[in-house]
Design a protein around this ligand. Sequence first.
Ligand code: HEM
Length: 448
Amino acid sequence: MSGGVLQRSGTRHTVWRFRNRTVRYRPGDALLALRARRGPVTRLRVGSRDVAFLLGPEANRFVFANSHLFRWREAFQSLVPVDGPTALIVSDGAEHRRRRRLVAPAMHHRQVARYVTTMAASADEAVADWRPGQVVDVYATFRRAVLRSTLESLFGRRLAADTAFFGDHLEVLLRLLDPLPQLNGPRERLATPLWRRATAAREVVDERIRNEIARVRGGIVDSDDHVLAALVNGVDEEGTALSDAEIRDQAVSLIAAGYETTSAAMAWAVYAMLSTSGVWDRARAEVLAECGEEPPTAAALKRLTFLGGVVHETLRLYPPAVLSARTAAVDLTVAGQPVRAGTTILFSPYVTHRMPGVWAEPLRFRPERWDPASPVHERPTTATYLPFAAGPHRCVGSVFATTELTVMLARLLTRTSLRLVPQWIQPTSFAAMRPRWGLRAVVCPGRG
Ligand code: HEM
């Protein structure tokens, strides 16, 4: 049985067979078709803006090799209402370098290894109530678990105790970004109900973070205040520290950027494992052989070769950031075509990751392609595999995200056995592609 079978039920299409079926995101597929038709550069005029799609490995190589020719602030302006005006992704030049130097240490490999226990405990807690026969929404469950784990790992138990508070308010705030973040200007001018609800949510989240900053500044520091203490006490080479407003923006953007994307990837990983023959069983056998029933240690994670391949392969086929953006700071020539200063540049991991000729059988979910010992091993470069982009703004949370995904999948494989139920799986969002209606599965008796 291969390929998906679609069945009409009411007004919705219901997917009832998933075996070896890679889910397609229609707008992403339209860009793939554009790449096939028009090559690496397509220029458009959208309203008063010039937009250039730079698609495929050659275009990615140009984008990553020429970071000095781009600006991020204008390209990601629509994130400001959520992330704040001083967040890394909307900072350029020296300001960006300074802020990034203060944020990055908390996200390095050695530091992330210390978060593994928290990540595993959050996954265990998420599945603790699952009972055989119950239908669960894997996406919704792990969205909360990832939020909790991110809060506790980076900001300690005090903030994690308020996971529900942050979850509820951030959900309202994140609605400004999805769909149509470019409407935030008009939303603000017209003070729409969505804008007013989001601003109110932002105010209470900010107040909660401001109280935490004041506590740490007042000398009351917990042993697990990792990131907050680093942001409050860190100084750059000139001895300048971050202001309260800058700390707020870094804290909120780490939380929001971290859980939107990682929870989406978690759902796609579970979908891919359950829908591709043999993958769940093989991954589970590996986890049991390396870790037994115990949560993985940081050292054991390195030995989970197949599960690591599952994570990379998930981020290849289902990269949460379908598109990323830059603004051209000067006039450019890309693949022989002129691109004017001020043009919004859009490049796409989704397109590159699904291009025939770049990847062998690109639509096949094949974790082995990541194993150097496998005959089907493929060697990616930043031009062909870019879920976290590359260059000075490369995702600062990439190690955190891949570690969290591996740990949470390992616990899920150890603790449960799942089967997908008939449902409509529809990807949504260019910024954090996720299954719009969740991912439902029935808990099976026995484990694994
Ligand atoms: C699977 C999960 C994730 C994906 C696919 C992802 C992807 C990305 C991408 C594509 C960028 C933009 C880079 C650019 O355009 O140059 C980015 C930036 C960023 N990400 Fe992630 N991300 C993920 C998880 C995380 C996590 C867990 C955190 C934090 C806990 C995080 C924090 C950030 C921040 C702060 C930036 C801005 C960095 C800068 O501008 O210097 N992300 N991410």
